[in-house]
Ligand binder design. Structure first.
Ligand code: PRP
Length: 215
């Protein structure tokens, strides 16, 4: 294989699990595990360079073709959208989008327009549009659980993993909006130009995920 592929990895938890997957498939990820201040890392025994970035930037780099591949959560894909191939559910980073309200609140039992706070306004909007429900959506950047506590919103649409954050703030999930997990995405032109290299990479990941499932 002659062409080196470039992959954008979401920094943090997904980065660690991506690296673990690569290592199980025989890639030497020492440079990614000891990054220092460096942001681009070459895998010495496989034609792949890894870029570490924030989740929305993973999509931007893959869309623009500066990265051929990306690993990013379905949450970011749903919120940001974009033009790329979503080729594989990697199975890790599992959590869900949920609608949560203050404990005891009768969210659906009123005719007044409900206010929803979310870090993911597009996801929240699509959820309520599909229900045919008119809601006001307020974008929050930080801890969205604060919005109902402070009386700004009737409910939130947010990521729930263990449910501990909701519980600690007197909120209960009343509906799952969508399941979330890490996805492998591919630039549309790269898929044609570097088909063999990309298929090799995908089949390595698939093999490892299958073995882990059977495991
Ligand atoms: C997410 C989400 C909740 C928390 C839920 O935030 O916004 O606050 O995780 O997790 P739990 O159900 O296990 O309590 P995250 O930690 O991803 O940080 P963020 O605020 O930077 O999105």
């Amino acid at each position: 294989m002659s062409n080196r592929l470039r992959i954008a990895l979401t920094k943090g938890r997904l980065q660690d699990q991506s690296v673990a997957l690569f290592e199980r498939s025989g890639m030497d990820c020492t440079p990614i595990k000891h990054p220092g201040r460096r942001l681009v890392h070459s895998i010495p025994n496989y034609p792949l360079d890894a870029v570490l970035s924030k989740a929305p930037d993973v999509i931007t780099y893959v869309e623009h073709g500066t990265c051929d591949l990306g690993i990013v959560g379905k949450d970011t894909i749903m919120e940001k959208g974009g033009s790329f191939y979503e080729v594989m559910d990697l199975g890790f980073g599992r959590c869900r989008f949920a609608l949560a309200v203050p404990k005891g609140a009768d969210f659906y039992g009123t005719y007044k327009t409900r206010v929803i706070a979310s870090k993911y306004p597009n996801v929240a909007k699509a959820f309520f549009v599909a229900k045919g429900m008119d809601v006001d959506i307020i974008k929050i950047e930080g801890s969205v659980e604060l919005a109902p506590i402070l009386g700004l919103a009737d409910g939130i649409v947010d990521i729930v993993e263990t449910g501990a954050t909701l519980k600690a703030n007197g909120l209960v999930p009343i509906e799952t909006v969508a399941p979330i997990s890490a996805r492998l995405i591919v630039n549309t032109a790269s898929m044609k130009l570097y088909k063999n290299e990309i298929l090799d990479f995908i089949s390595r990941c698939e093999k490892e995920l299958k073995e882990a499932q059977e495991g």
